[in-house]
Every structure is written in structure tokens, then in C-alpha cells.
Design a protein around this ligand. Structure first.
Ligand code: UD1
Length: 428
């Protein structure tokens, strides 16, 4: 198994190109199931999760052509997806267990074929993460849903029917799944208390280009008027705000300066505010975002994760690594997922002073972290250990790098190009 070795203490300095957003790409890939025409997605990141979902789509009968990298200003992968005929409406356990986002095939399959059989997902080890909101939403659109032998059996032989779906809590995935299902339902659907993440807006934009009628994406109330069929289109995936935020933290924790090319400030406004409070300068440039830590140590700031436009849970671990070296204390509260503090014991092994009380972690900043062998259980937790390693004295080896490969494209290349002493140790 590969590992990443970091010799810490060097400020990162330079430019980093931000890739396409993984969390926008995953629902967009499943949207290909909604039409018998070709959907072309550009600016896709090269990540293990994208490959995993592509395998699932192929199994459903989607023909997937890789068109290599884009020319000129456009970067990233291009995929052409054609679901002319759905060969199978079953998403099997072996593929779904690798990635929770596989549940996003449920809405498109049900809408297009009137049935879907999807294995109950497993996913990252961050809390129980149920899918009840997806299932209740499909029932509101007239589907019959049963759970048998680890599979969701959903059917709507006469097609889905538009309705009002009120989400008791904000869910990104359930909003996406219901939005896709409703595009081909009969009549109008309103999603109330919908997620407002930029990835939802990106999906709505693509669906609209495919002929869907959607209003209100980006607000907490989305209206979808069902249409008979959708067509193909070409769509460019938005830049990854979590990758952006992660490199913002890298500049902050190492006392460096980076320009993040292609990054969108609005998508990371809450992150910029938190870092500015900690003594980091964040400014927009014509090509992206510039981040620089002013002289001296970071200052401790309290952070609470919230649905967008709040501070994202996917940057909580990275912020905690930064706060571990700050002057003063920081209270970090996780409100989205239970059990998302698995990076804490590892950060403590590097000399951090962190105590968890329920959903909050009290981080008392220390002047220096020290390198250590560490490992983590999900992509965001692993990258927080890389950030801590960049700032630590001595050598850090991050094990179980496959978690990083799920969420970060060319992480060590991008950081090394900015002067970090980081390399991949290829294992057996
Ligand atoms: C997405 C992101 C993930 C991010 C999360 C929150 C993708 C592929 N993944 O995950 O990186 O951390 O949003 O921003 O986009 N919940 C239920 N029942 C459900 C669905 C969710 O109780 O049916 C709960 C979850 O356990 C969690 C909360 O709702 O506590 C939010 O989860 P959700 O927004 O659905 O996260 P994902 O879409 O899985």
C-alpha cells in the first residue's frame, strides 16, 4: 500500500490549479442515465471515486468514452456517456459498497425505467449515514420502496408523479436524487428545505441544458416541472471548493502564499472568513484566489460546520489541523456528521492538544507539531494529517493513502511544485 512521506517546516509558495469538483461530478455522471442521448462532461477530476462510479454506470448499460484531456484553457478529463439502453436497473453490492454516492443512480433509474434495485450503501466510516430521506422522497413521488436482503427495491411502473417533498434536515444527496427523479415525473415537484450547495446549482444547470425545467436551485426551495424526455448536452464541471479550501489551509498552516487558479471565491466565502479571523489574507485575483499568512502564528478561531453557505464539514479536519498550531484556543463544532473526529487521535500523536466533548473539539494551539507515522479513515481526515505534516518538525508518514486518492488529484505533485518536501512511497 502506498504511503506519503513529508518532511515538514517549509512554507508552501506558488500556484496550484484547482481541478473539477468531485462532489459535483458524481451526480452529473448519474444524470447520464436520464437520457438516451450523449452527455459530455468536461473538467472531470481524475479520482478513484469517479472511476468507481463509471464502473457502476457501465454495468447499467451506459457506454463511456474517455476523450483524454482538454485542450487550451480547459483542463481535466472529458467523458462521453451514452445510456441509449438501460441494460440493468440493479446497482450491485460489490460496486455500491465502495462508495456511498452510488445511491445517486436511484432517482435517475426510477424516473427513466420505473424501477431500480440498489444495494444499501456503506461508505466512509463517518457515522451511520442513512438514506431514509432519499427513500421517503421517492415515496412522495409515488414510488413503492421496500428493503429486502440489503437492497432497496423501488418501483413506479406507471411513472413518478410530482409532489411536495419537505426535507426534515438538509441533505445534499437527497436533494440531488430527488431533483433528478422529478425531471421526468408527471407534473410539478417542490423540494422544501433543499440543500443550497454549489454542486446542486451545477447539477441543475446541466439538467436545464438537457431540457429539464428547474427553478430555485441555490435556494432552499427548488421547483421542477416534469418533462417527457431529456436530451444530451455538454457540461463543464465547477471547480472543487473542498480542494480549494484544503490548499487555503496549506498556505495558512505553513505560513506560505499560494494562488489557487480557477478557484471561485463565493464558493469558499465561509472558509475565507474563518481564515481571515485567524490572521490569513485572502483576496480574489483575475485567475482565482490568493491566500497568504501574515507574519507570526495563526490565531485560534471558533468554527461550526453547517450546510452551505456555512463552513463545510469536508474542511473541518483541515481547519482543525491549522488550529492545532494556532496561538490560543479554537472550538470546532461538527453539526453535519456524527463521529467525524477520527483525525483527532492522530493529530494528538503529532503533539496537538485536542479534547473532544460530544460534537465539539477544544483545540488548544501548540507552537510546534512533531512528525509521526499516522493513518486515517476518510479522505478529508487523511489530508488534514498531510497538512499537519507540512507544518510539523521532522518526518511524517501518512498511511492508507488510498483515502487521499479518493478525493485529491495529484496532491503530492501540487504541493511539491510549491516547495513542500513531500513524496509518495510506493508500496507492494
Ligand atoms: C455530501 C458530500 C459529502 C459532504 C456532505 C455534507 C457528495 C458525494 N458527498 O454527502 O462530501 O460531507 O454532502 O456536505 O456530494 N442524512 C440522513 N438521511 C439521509 C441522507 C442524509 O439522515 O437520507 C444525514 C446524514 O447522515 C448527515 C446529513 O444528513 O448527517 C447530511 O448528509 P448529506 O448532505 O446527505 O451528505 P451526502 O449527500 O451523503
Amino acid at each position: 500500500m502506498d504511503r506519503i512521506r513529508i518532511r515538514g517546516g517549509k512554507p508552501i509558495d506558488g500556484r496550484i490549479v484547482i481541478g473539477g469538483a468531485k462532489n459535483a461530478a458524481l451526480p452529473l455522471l448519474t444524470a447520464s442515465l436520464l437520457t438516451d442521448e450523449t452527455l459530455v462532461l468536461t473538467n472531470l477530476p481524475r479520482l478513484a471515486d469517479i472511476t468507481t462510479l463509471t464502473h457502476l454506470l457501465v454495468q447499467h448499460g451506459v457506454s463511456v468514452t474517455m476523450n483524454g484531456a482538454e485542450a487550451g484553457e480547459e483542463r481535466g478529463h472529458v467523458l462521453e456517456l451514452s445510456a441509449r439502453r438501460i441494460a440493468s436497473t440493479t446497482a450491485p453490492y460489490d460496486l455500491v459498497r465502495k462508495m456511498r454516492a452510488s445511491i445517486l443512480v436511484l432517482g435517475p433509474l426510477l424516473a427513466r425505467c420505473g424501477e431500480a434495485r440498489v444495494s444499501l450503501p456503506g461508505g466512509c466510516a463517518i457515522g451511520p449515514r442513512p438514506v431514509d430521506l432519499h427513500l421517503k422522497g421517492m415515496e412522495r413521488l409515488g414510488a413503492t420502496v421496500e428493503l429486502r436482503q440489503g437492497y432497496i427495491h423501488a418501483s413506479a411502473p406507471k411513472g413518478l408523479v410530482g409532489s411536495e417533498v419537505v426535507f426534515p434536515i438538509v441533505s445534499v444527496g437527497a436533494t440531488e436524487n430527488l431533483m433528478m427523479a422529478a425531471t421526468l415525473a408527471e407534473g410539478e415537484t417542490t423540494l422544501v428545505n433543499a440543500a443550497r450547495e454549489p454542486e446542486i446549482v451545477d447539477l441543475a444547470r446541466c439538467l436545464a441544458a438537457m431540457g429539464a425545467e428547474i427553478d430555485g436551485a441555490g435556494s432552499d426551495r427548488i421547483r421542477i416541472r416534469g418533462v417527457k424526455r431529456l436530451r444530451g448536452t455538454r457540461h463543464r464541471v465547477i471547480p472543487d471548493r473542498i480542494e480549494t479550501g484544503t490548499y487555503m489551509m496549506a498556505a495558512a498552516i505553513t505560513g506560505g502564499a499560494v494562488e489557487l487558479l480557477g478557484a471561485e471565491h463565493e464558493a469558499v466565502a465561509a472558509v475565507a472568513r474563518a481564515l481571515e479571523g485567524a490572521g490569513v489574507e485572502v483576496s480574489e485575483t483575475p485567475r482565482g484566489i490568493h491566500v497568504r499568512r501574515r507574519n507570526g502564528r495563526l490565531t485560534g478561531v471558533d468554527v461550526m460546520t453547517e450546510p452551505f453557505p456555512g463552513f463545510p464539514t469536508d474542511l473541518q479536519a483541515q481547519m482543525m489541523a491549522a488550529m492545532a498550531t494556532a496561538d490560543g484556543a479554537a472550538m470546532i463544532t461538527e453539526t453535519i456528521f456524527e463521529n467525524r473526529f477520527m483525525h483527532v487521535p492522530e493529530l494528538c500523536r503529532m503533539g496537538a492538544n485536542i479534547n473532544v466533548h460530544g460534537a465539539s473539539a477544544m483545540v488548544r494551539g501548540v507552537p510546534k507539531l512533531t512528525g509521526a507515522p499516522v493513518m486515517a479513515t476518510d479522505p478529508r481526515a487523511s489530508v488534514s494529517l498531510v497538512l499537519a505534516g507540512l507544518a510539523a518538525e521532522g518526518e511524517t508518514v501518512v498511511n492508507r493513502v488510498y483515502h487521499l486518492d479518493r478525493g485529491y488529484e495529484q496532491l503530492e505533485e501540487k504541493l511539491a511544485a510549491c516547495g513542500a518536501d513531500i513524496e509518495r512511497l510506493v508500496g507492494d
